[in-house]
Write a protein of this length. Structure first.
Length: 296
């Protein structure tokens, strides 16, 4: 495996320490797609902004004792996207599958949340999905279409099953989504439920969910964070998670079961780089924890 498919092209390297593809455990792929965004557009600029931020923050993780500089990461560049969501998702699926088949962990930088569906379609067997998101993304249709950032988790449940999804940071729903969650007993944890439980107990719940599956996919919509910490997102929603809460809970997913993860919905044009820095740090910590778990 010398190169990935023709669907990607090289850009600046995430973290600045890109290793050869054949020697790497983690493969970063940018997906600059935001064609179904309904409020703020601009997440197509996030892969570039997050990579730039990653070059300018320290690489050592105090939480794990792992230095990202010494982790085998390959940056494959950005996916060649099209206006057509179906074709773009097919390309995400093809490249993600190629990475997984090579026994490597795909790390996707969105783009809008729709891209996660392409990654999930590349997976087989019983897979758990842990989604950090302010929103349900559980509508059956949005804007006259079945495929969008507002329907992505609904489509994912059709692929993996409603019992195989856990949503963290949830706080913004329409009535259709409330009904769907109640009918199918979608597992969730709102910020106020987290505060009532305490971070330690909430982490135990995430760990228990993850242990039910051979493989788990982690998707992080940056609007799970409160806009005080992440103002540059596509659909900001008040009363969100703190960075410590999000990172601690995400690290409970980042172990040998994690088959891949993505971070989506950063819109760098709406702040002065704060959210891109937060995204880069979150990605560093998830990769560091996954690597620590693998080494032990």
């Amino acid at each position: 495996m010398q190169n990935l498919s023709f669907h990607v092209s090289q850009t600046s390297h995430f973290s600045g320490f890109s290793k050869p593809l054949t020697e790497s455990r983690y493969v970063v792929l940018g997906v600059p797609y935001d064609h179904t965004s309904s409020y703020r557009t601009g997440s197509r600029f996030a892969p570039r902004a997050i990579r730039e931020a990653s070059l300018n923050i320290e690489t050592f993780s105090l939480r794990t004792g792992v230095d990202i500089e010494h982790v085998s990461i390959h940056d494959a560049g950005d996916l060649h996207i099209l206006d057509d969501a179906s074709e773009t998702l097919s390309r995400v699926e093809a490249v993600t599958k190629e990475i997984i088949d090579a026994d490597k962990v795909p790390v996707l930088i969105g783009g809008e949340h729709t891209i996660t569906l392409g990654a999930i379609r590349s997976l087989s067997g019983s897979v758990g999905v842990v989604s950090f998101d302010a929103h349900g993304d559980l509508r059956d249709e949005y804007g006259g279409g079945k495929i969008s950032h507002a329907t992505v988790l609904r489509r994912i449940t059709e692929k993996v099953g409603t019992d195989n999804v856990l949503v963290l940071g949830l706080r913004a729903l329409c009535k259709e989504e409330v009904n769907f969650i109640e009918e199918h007993r979608i597992q969730k944890l709102t910020p106020w439920e987290l505060h009532s439980l305490g971070l330690l107990e909430a982490t135990k719940r995430v760990t228990a969910f993850v242990k039910k599956f051979e493989h788990v996919y982690l998707t992080i919509d940056s609007d799970a964070l409160d806009p005080a910490f992440a103002p540059g997102v596509a659909n900001p929603e008040f009363n969100g998670l703190t960075p410590d809460e999000l990172i601690t809970l995400a690290m409970a997913v980042a172990n040998e079961r994690m088959i891949g993860f993505d971070l989506v919905e950063v819109c760098p044009n709406y702040d002065f780089g704060v959210t891109a820095v937060a995204a880069a740090r979150i990605m560093f910590e998830v990769i560091a924890q996954a690597e620590k778990s693998r080494r032990h």
